[in-house]
Design a protein around this ligand. Structure first.
Ligand SMILES: *Cc1c(COP(=O)(O)O)cnc(C)c1O
Length: 492
């Protein structure tokens, strides 16, 4: 059977429409006068002509094929696919937030500015920083913004430092952001416990070191216990410490990057602070800094003058604007709502539950999979599929098999320093029943690998599409509808 969602072009009939627009009440303009001829479309776009009901069925069919946290467990390590509370959506839809315009005079949007200001303040407390910008709209853009401030800070002191140190367990965006910001990245190997090797660090830190980028707990879910020594080594050489706080689910209300000695932090509101992500919405990667970096923050800064909220652009040392207007405002409203509904005690509980859930699952799964680091973990943990690989089944196969049970697989093959890696982050919002059911399925898959590997190697068995040719999908993606190509894909 061909899925309904693939038929949208086939059910198209000339003249059929799905929307009834009111008659236009503005004067018709002559496009020929407004635009150069080569920019004017000569023939109408070939769009499907369908009724409203057909359109609704098309998009509903597509959404039913999607896996999201609203329809199943999603233990994607490092990505924090936690529940997005619906009250966030209610508040984001308030007229005073959703029907305002960025060019409105600031006197008419004082409530929106107050929300931004208070969110900055809340995030400063949560991170232990002195000031926050909400402009960056992704974790990676937050990293880049932070590194541009690092650069401006050193240049202001008359120093041109060229190196950024990054541990081998770091998220791939860290070296990428450092490179885009014009730095040379130097990889610091982890020791056998999965932590930064201090001796290696000392070897690479020198007067050319602009910053060290670190995640703590790191991407193996392990806490860098020697963080104060690490901070001291970098600071003594005149470098800065950058905290990748994309995933802060283990530290809320427990500790702060500020206390650990960091100078700059970015957070992903679309991970820790429950705003939708993964195709579900735009992101937000606010950046917090210690006092000495405040002059370099992006403009405009949302500030308070007496009891008025203002947009301050008069900051001569600022790195400038990094995003149109003031960040992804609707997302900032959602994160603010989450923080205010949870309160400090609620946020502390989030971290305690996230860490408890991760350790509970880790203990249940460790007898069945290789556990390269078996100390107590924080909000996530890694296993290795190396035992199963010896039997001819790879981590990728086990991930595909999980799809048959309605689970999104964990992150696989990351971090890079663990062979056949499975990285699991259950998050605090899941019930014990869900964790138990997931553990049972993982254990069943481990048994299948020993007794009936074929069923794992041929998985998934229940999805609309089985295994993709990932190379062809990446090299020759089909990005738009063409009748001939559709026939081919449906056949195969
Ligand atoms: C997700 C993530 C990032 C990147 O965030 P984006 O919003 O995807 O750009 C960086 N570091 C870590 C540890 C992450 O988990």
């Amino acid at each position: 059977m061909v899925e309904y969602s693939e038929l949208i072009f086939e059910v198209s009939r000339p003249g059929r429409v799905g929307a009834s627009l009111p008659a236009s009440d503005v004067e018709k303009v002559d496009l020929q006068e407004l635009l150069p001829k080569h920019l004017i479309r000569q023939d109408a776009a070939e769009l499907p002509e369908v009724s409203e009901l057909q359109l609704v069925r098309h998009y509903t069919a597509l959404s039913n094929k999607n896996h999201g946290v609203d329809n199943g467990f999603y233990p994607l390590g490092s990505c924090t696919m936690k529940y997005n509370p619906k009250i966030n959506e209610d508040v984001a839809r308030f007229d005073g937030f959703s029907r305002i315009h960025p060019y409105q005079p600031v006197e008419t949007v004082q409530g929106a500015l107050r929300l931004l200001y208070e969110l900055q303040e809340e995030l400063a407390v949560i991170t232990g920083m002195d000031a926050v910008t909400l402009q960056p709209s992704a974790g990676a853009q937050g990293e880049w913004t932070g590194l541009m401030m690092v650069k401006a800070y050193h240049e202001q002191k008359g120093e041109k430092r060229t190196k950024v140190l990054v541990p081998d367990s770091a998220h791939g965006t860290n070296p990428a952001s450092a490179t885009v910001a014009g730095f040379k990245t130097v990889t610091i190997p982890s020791n056998k416990d999965g932590l930064v090797d201090l001796e290696e660090l000392k070897k690479h830190v020198d007067g050319d070191t602009a910053a060290l980028m670190l995640t703590n707990p790191n991407t193996l879910g392990l806490f860098e216990k020697e963080i104060l020594d690490i901070a001291k080594i970098v600071h003594e050489a005149g470098g800065l410490l950058y905290y990748d706080g994309a995933n802060a689910n283990a530290i809320l209300g427990k500790t702060t990057p500020g206390k650990m000695g960091f100078d700059i932090v970015h957070l992903n509101l679309h991970k820790t602070f429950t705003t939708p992500h993964g195709g579900g919405g735009p992101g937000a990667g606010p950046v917090g800094v210690k006092k000495k970096l405040i002059p370099f923050l992006p403009v405009p800064r949302v500030d308070k003058d007496g009891d008025r909220y203002v947009l301050d652009t008069n900051q001569p040392l600022s790195i400038g604007r990094v995003k149109g207007y003031y960040g992804n405002f609707g997302i900032l409203v959602r994160a603010y709502t989450y923080i205010r509904t949870m309160g400090p005690e609620g946020l502390r509980q989030v971290s305690e539950s996230a860490v408890l859930h991760a350790n509970y699952l880790r203990k249940k799964l460790e007898p069945y999979f290789e556990a390269p680091y078996s100390q107590v973990c924080k909000h996530e943990f890694v296993l290795s599929g190396s035992k199963q690989k010896k039997l001819g089944v790879r981590t990728l196969d086990m991930a595909k098999r999980l799809l048959d049970f309605g689970y999104h697989p964990p992150t696989i093959y990351f971090p890079l320093n663990v062979e056949e890696c499975l990285m699991i982050e259950p998050t605090e919002t899941e019930s014990k029943e869900t964790l138990d059911a997931f553990a049972d399925v993982m254990i069943q898959i481990a048994k299948e690998v020993e007794e009936n590997p074929g069923v794992v190697l041929e998985a998934p068995h229940t999805t609309v599409i089985g295994r993709l040719d990932e190379v062809q999908a990446a090299r020759q993606p089909i990005l738009r509808y063409k009748k001939e190509e559709r026939k081919e894909t449906v056949k195969s």
